[in-house]
Design a protein around this ligand. Structure first.
Ligand code: URA
Length: 207
């Protein structure tokens, strides 16, 4: 299942990120802001349970988060900007990291780092990767999460290509994708078109 967050603030911020004139500082800030808005949508179905609280006036039952605790897992390196931002909303969430790079020739994902919270199996997992391109890295990361016992996983992306969505839907039909927009296609180098370029390079100014 794919949820495209069509909120005007999301769409405007994404358009500014796409603009080649947008510099590192603004791009990074926008990626964080957009991640908060995506998280707002992705976490819409978190469970609530009534808890007895006292206001200055009276005591009553009020909704508080309940159910599984949360884990944010970043696919390095571009996913970091998303998890860093989202911890502002859910500061008690644990944060994991999965390091993958794409083999430049085959575009296949190669793992070089995998550090997850020990109790990941008991947590709802929000996996962050700004660009869902071929889907190879995200699919491999979801497979790592499942091997570690995670059963409730959502994938949060800023942009997706139809090719990447098809891979996740084929490999992990149980994983919902929450994304700001789905673009036209991938080019021969595996970049999303029209896209926004290399998200990692634009976040960290490495190009
Ligand atoms: N990764 C990126 O950063 N950008 C793309 O367009 C595709 C993959």
């Amino acid at each position: 299942m794919v949820t495209v967050v069509s909120h005007p603030l999301v769409q405007h911020k994404l358009s500014v990120m796409r603009d080649v004139r947008t510099g590192v500082k603004e791009f990074r800030e926008l990626a964080g802001e957009l991640s908060l808005l995506l998280a707002y949508e992705a976490m819409r179905d978190l469970e609530l349970a009534p808890e007895r609280l006292s206001t200055p006036l009276t005591s009553a039952d009020f909704p508080m988060l309940s159910g599984k605790k949360l884990a944010l897992v970043a696919i390095l390196r571009a996913g970091l900007v998303m998890t860093d931002a989202i911890t502002q909303l859910v500061p008690a969430a644990k944060v994991g990291h999965i390091g993958l790079y794409r083999d430049p020739e085959t575009l296949a994902p190669v793992a070089y780092y995998n550090k997850l919270p020990a109790d990941i199996a008991e947590r709802r997992v929000f996996l962050t990767d700004p660009m869902l391109a071929t889907g190879g890295s995200a699919s491999a990361a979801i497979a790592f999460l499942k091997e570690a016992g995670a059963t409730t996983i959502k994938l949060m992306c800023i942009l997706a290509a139809p090719e990447g969505i098809a891979v996740i839907e084929r490999d992990h039909p149980d994983v919902e994708i929450v994304v700001a927009a789905v673009d036209s296609h991938l080019n021969d180098h595996g970049y999303i078109v029209p896209g926004l370029g290399d998200a990692g390079d634009r976040i960290y100014g490495t190009k």
